[in-house]
Design a binder for this molecule. Sequence first.
Ligand code: GDP
Length: 452
Amino acid sequence: MVLAQLGGSISRALQQMSNATIIDEKVLNDCLNEITRALLQSDVQFKLVRDMQTNIKKIVNLDDLAAGHNKRKIIQQAIFNELCKILDPGKPSFTPKKGKTSVVMFVGLQGSGKTTTCTKYAYYHQKKGWKPALVCADTFRAGAFDQLKQNATKAKIPFYGSYTESDPVRIAVEGVETFKKENCDLIIVDTSGRHKQEAALFEEMRQVSEAIKPDLVIFVMDSSIGQAAFDQAQAFKQSVAVGAVIVTKMDGHAKGGGALSAVAATKSPVIFIGTGEHMDEFEVFDVKPFVSRLLGMGDWSGFMDKIQEVVPMDQQPELLQKLSEGNFTLRIMYEQFQNIIKMGPIGQVFSMLPGFSAELMPKGSEKESQAKLKRYMTMMDSMTNEELDSSNPKLMNESRIMRIARGSGRLVREVMEMMEEYKRLAKIWSKMKGLKIPKKGEMSALSRNMNA
Ligand code: GDP
């Protein structure tokens, strides 16, 4: 089950519960069983799921909930907290500091995306002003050095490796020494992965680690690894001091629940996720927004961050002002569509908004979603200023709709469909009304507000 489906299943289970007239033990149990099933199908480890269920039952005492309390919200919050607890080991990982040499070692199974992720990690930090360097200590896989070299060259990151040396410890040490002399502040060492867990792999990894004494060991895990995630992650943790996890291929049809299990196994946080094969398909991982998205609660902080990244600085206050007025006109919708198209992976942006579940804008259908937005924008190009600036959908009577359809060369049905979309969005936006406009750094507070 892909994560979007997991989110959908959990939201549905919660919805069904809130449709019930009375929330009694049976209704709560049905809901929790449904959620348990969804989590297990997503490859979250059985024990974690069972513990979570027990904890929720302990927290949500139906008898204690005063009448009139929104039980659904309380239960949703309990599930939210429990999932966050699984994903947050309670201690942050080591963070490299700019200007001070840090050595980061990457470990993982072959094919997990380790080499690709090394470059993504280097590239991410390079963009933020670091001086990274890559060392290929994978002497097992033929072509590993070429792959790293190719990636590094593309990203203009210095690299070190050898076609002839077969001792990974030696290469690792030489590489680290070389880049220390060159004052690189982030030295990334890629190590071998094997098909299966082999004693030799773990021994080699241990030796490399002992020789270079990394400040951080990152365990790279393919999100499709499934129920094996817990054991795999634990095996790595037992050989080297894993301090952080990166989960790759979150863009695919993999079951992402293994990520939760890996955190539990390594007691180390997920710090990034890989969302594609390209260098920049790499995202910082934050527990709360992630779980929020998973539960279909939306991720306002992520959305606002994206806005800050993409909307030109001088237009931000105006946009945030408009949002906080909750007065959602067609013109604002038009501007938002423009922003969203600029923001890139559309499914990703949409899934951050409550109401735009990933099911509605499924991954893999980005092209269609983009085309739809562009179609809507063509129709809005045929609207008058009065229509664009009104937040009263009643203004759009039959004759106006027919005129817009004619003007844009689209069907009346399509204009009506767009108006439905507008009404739905306006409803979501109205939730923003009266909200304090966040200053930078206050995004999470806003997120909490919206999710409350
Ligand atoms: P390694 O053997 O662990 O070093 O794995 P590689 O870095 O060679 O990656 C194996 C394959 O996974 C390659 O085809 C990568 O392009 C692909 N890959 C790595 N990360 C991601 C990701 O986040 N998403 C997708 N879709 N593919 C990825």
